[in-house]
Write a protein that binds this ligand. Structure first.
Ligand code: ADP
Ligand code: ZN
Ligand code: ZN
Length: 758
């Protein structure tokens, strides 16, 4: 017997199928999706591979090498996952291995041998002292030490994830003799799931009833219909979308089909998970980002053993090894967390469409503020629009107002809180209610600015402005300001005078979450505030802890970034303040308005979820922007009409796709020359295509130039933007042109339909 395999880790040059013989002793065990080790190349180096197919004969006279061994008793991949991986290669310009590694997560390989690599502080007291004395000059380093001081020891993958750092940071800490590695055997949690309280369905209201019925019909018809049936469930927060997901999921499972439910960021949606648990109990697997490697392994095994019919998780759960997937639900489908920012840069919605086509599954996208692309599909009939028109129960829409911050300044109010917001918060707190404050920025301030020469203090290796943070000391009064680069994590001390002109009039400008917290305490004491942002939530539990504390009214106000806008219901919240709403619009990115609209709407939706009426104040300098105006009206369609006109005029999605090609390297000249060379090659190629077909091509190359972040972690970055009609055309064009190109030391990133302009 023979098998056709692809390598788990390979460059594009070796990314093709290879044939190996299956030794007689293994013939019963090797099958499609098996994970094996093979002798590779002239040196017969052992490498890992996955089996695509098993065949009884082979079409060659050459000697076929036998595989070495199986790496997992059971196959780790299913046929439809292998098909998906093959489609992803073409669409994302990635290798089989790049795609398959998303489906067999590294945490699984880490615990495959039941041994996991752990890390601990060599001398916790010494580490604590160095932290206190400000000797640790990188944010990543600080986070690791803080985490290890709290947890003692932790598995390496978990530290990487919780602290959002790379392995290199741990290496450096090891070199500095702060941490050491050790091996630990993993205890498997006996595989038993706790019992869950079972809850019944709500009797659906007429809108829900109609949506459930349409989706159920689609599920019954799936397989007989050639194209993928897709629905857009459009309804404001609280209109009963989740109930529709749960009841249609039940229909799907009763038809013997598997269900995948994607949520934007699972640690922010504990209520959603609890509701799924209450209906499906141990029949659901939850893949959340803060599972330990062994917990993740356990959930993944349960799916593979076919013990569950429902999988809930963030973006990567779309790759779960669930059999016979019949329904894919994507909640808050407009969220940018569905787009991967690492290679391959896939979007979960696109993967869902591919997987649905392979498995004959139905897709349900849900949102209060759909992505403009998704609403356009509904307008043009590619997707069926299902509306939920009203909030369920007593809660009403909040009263929403825009506050002009220029007017506040003119009238002498320099505080981050407008007078209206101050009043509203005071009233709410006095009445025993709570408030929420949103600011789209971590840290203390946007940047440090010299008021005389206008110099902005920047990171020396990244060309982005530094953000000022307040580091709490061990005793009150010992807090220190430090400047942090949010890209490379480097920390420096704020300069006392301007490094360019020497002026002493250098100071922090613009407010971040910490600044808002500080001003809140100054203005509203003895009222209390909790803060939640990336910096307060790097530990394993802290999201849920902060939300629980706020829910049990241990503070009057919750201050945070967009993190706090999602999912959670706090019936006591009557006032929501959105600070500098127009900050979100300033980004050099065509989705900025869509994101701002969605975020303001979500944030506003947090007010008045209980009996008391809600009040929302949107503070802005640019008060006549269409996204802000429409958000204040809570009117999606008003926003959509303006936005779609803009997209059409600019040929932005859905009227075309953008491709982004980014080159980066340590030497500016090399990168610039490589970029000029690639641009030349592509231009020639385009001209050839055009003359062959005799028609002007749909592809348009813009002039290459510096990326918005020109210098990042010491690497120079040049960017080329390409416009096209279809993603597939663009990828074809790039693949054929670029496969032969030698990049040398220069790193290349390709992103088709990017979410950030890099
Ligand atoms: P969404 O997902 O659109 O935010 P939910 O499904 O969470 O809306 O519904 C909002 C609230 O209304 C939830 O507390 C839910 O339990 C409740 N609910 C949903 N559907 C019904 C129904 N048909 N009857 C009574 N309560 C419902
Ligand atoms: Zn200056
Ligand atoms: Zn930096």
């Amino acid at each position: 017997m023979y098998c056709r395999v692809v390598l788990r880790d390979s460059t594009r040059a070796f990314d093709r199928e290879y044939t190996y013989a299956i030794p007689a002793a293994l013939t019963d065990q090797v099958s499609i999706g098996s994970w094996i080790e093979i002798p590779f190349g002239n040196g017969n180096r052992p490498v890992q591979a996955f089996v695509l197919a098993v065949e009884s004969s082979v079409d060659t006279d050459f000697y076929v090498k036998p595989l070495i061994r199986l790496l997992s008793e059971r196959p780790v991949l299913r046929l439809d996952q292998l098909q998906l991986a093959s489609q992803m290669r073409a669409r994302y310009g990635c290798t089989y291995g790049d795609a398959l590694r998303l489906m067999v997560p590294s945490a699984v390989s880490a615990v495959g041998d039941k041994i996991v690599r752990m890390v601990e502080l060599i001398d916790p007291a010494e580490a604590a002292r160095r932290l206190e004395d400000g000797e640790i000059d990188r944010l990543g380093h600080q986070r690791v030490i803080e985490l290890l001081l709290e947890y003692g020891a932790a598995p390496v993958p978990e530290v990487l994830h919780a602290c959002q750092i790379s392995r290199a940071i741990l290496k450096t800490l090891e070199k500095k003799e702060l941490i050491r590695y050790f091996q630990q055997e993993i205890r498997r949690s006996g595989g038993e799931e706790p019992a869950y309280e079972q809850l019944d369905d709500f009797p659906p209201n007429p809108d829900q009833q109609q949506a459930i019925e349409r989706i159920r019909e689609a599920l019954v018809a799936a397989g007989e219909i050639q194209h993928v049936q897709e629905f857009l469930l459009f309804g404001i927060t609280g209109s009963g979308k989740t109930e529709v997901y749960l009841q249609t999921a039940k229909h799907a499972t009763s038809l013997g089909r598997g269900v995948i439910i994607l949520v934007p960021e699972i640690s922010l949606t504990p209520q959603m998970v609890a509701r799924i648990r209450s209906r499906f109990g141990s029949g659901a697997a939850v893949l959340h980002s803060r599972l330990t490697p062994s917990e993740r392994y356990e959930q993944w095994q349960r799916i593979l053993r076919q013990e569950v019919s429902v999988v809930v998780g963030a973006r990567s759960a779309i790759f779960a090894p669930l059999i016979n997937v019949g329904l894919i639900i994507i909640d808050e489908e407009q969220e940018s967390t569905y787009k991967s920012e690492t290679h391959p840069r896939y979007h979960a919605r696109d993967i869902a469409r591919k997987r649905a086509k392979i498995c004959d599954a139905v897709i349900v996208l849900g949102s209060a503020t759909p992505a403009v692309e998704s609403f356009y599909r509904a307008q043009t009939g590619q997707t069926t629009l299902l509306r939920l028109n009203e909030r369920i129960g007593k809660s009403r829409l909040p009263d929403t107002r825009i506050v002009d911050m220029r007017q506040e300044l003119r009238e002498g109010n320099r505080s981050v809180f407008s007078r209206d917001l101050t009043l509203a918060l005071r009233r709410a707190i006095a009445a025993g209610n709570q408030g929420m404050l949103f600011i789209n920025r971590r840290g203390m301030a946007g940047f440090m600015l010299c008021r005389d020469c206008g110099h902005v203090v920047k990171c020396k290796t990244c060309s982005v402005s530094l953000t000022s943070h307040l580091r709490p000391g061990s005793m009150p009064g010992q807090e220190q300001y430090q400047l942090v680069c949010h890209y490379c994590g480097k920390i420096s001390h704020p300069p006392a005078t301007c490094p360019v002109c020497g002026s002493e009039r250098i100071g922090r400008f613009g407010a971040g979450t910490q600044q808002v917290e500080k001003s809140f305490n100054e203005t509203f004491a003895p009222a209390t505030a909790l803060r939640m942002d990336q910096d307060t939530t790097t530990g394993r539990q802290s999201h849920a802890q902060i939300l629980d504390q706020f829910a049990s009214h241990q503070a009057d106000v919750l201050i945070g970034t967009q993190m706090i806008a999602k999912g959670h219901d706090f019936p006591n919240v009557t006032v929501v303040g959105i600070l500098s709403a127009d900050l979100m619009l300033g980004m050099s990115d065509f989705r900025a308005s869509e994101r701002a609209f969605s975020l303001i709407t979500q944030a506003a939706g947090r007010a008045g979820r209980g009996e008391a009426a809600g009040e929302v104040l949107i503070q802005a300098y640019n008060t006549d922007d269409y996204a802000i105006l429409a958000a204040a009206e809570q009117n999606y369609e008003q926003f959509y009409l303006q936005e779609i006109a803009f997209r059409k005029a600019m040929r932005y999605p859905p009227f075309g796709v953008l491709g982004l090609l980014l080159l980066s390297g340590p030497n500016e000249r090399t990168v610039r020359e490589k970029m000029q060379h690639i641009h030349g090659v592509l231009t020639t190629r385009l001209a050839e295509d055009a003359s062959q077909r005799g028609i002007p091509t749909e592809i348009e190359l813009l002039e290459p130039g510096r990326a918005p972040i020109f210098l990042l972690r010491g690497r120079f970055r040049y960017r080329l933007i390409i416009k096209a009609q279809q993603a597939a055309d663009l990828m074809n064009f790039l693949n054929t042109a670029l496969n032969r190109f030698d990049y040398g030391q220069t790193a290349v990133t390709i992103d088709v339909d990017p979410y950030s302009m890099l």
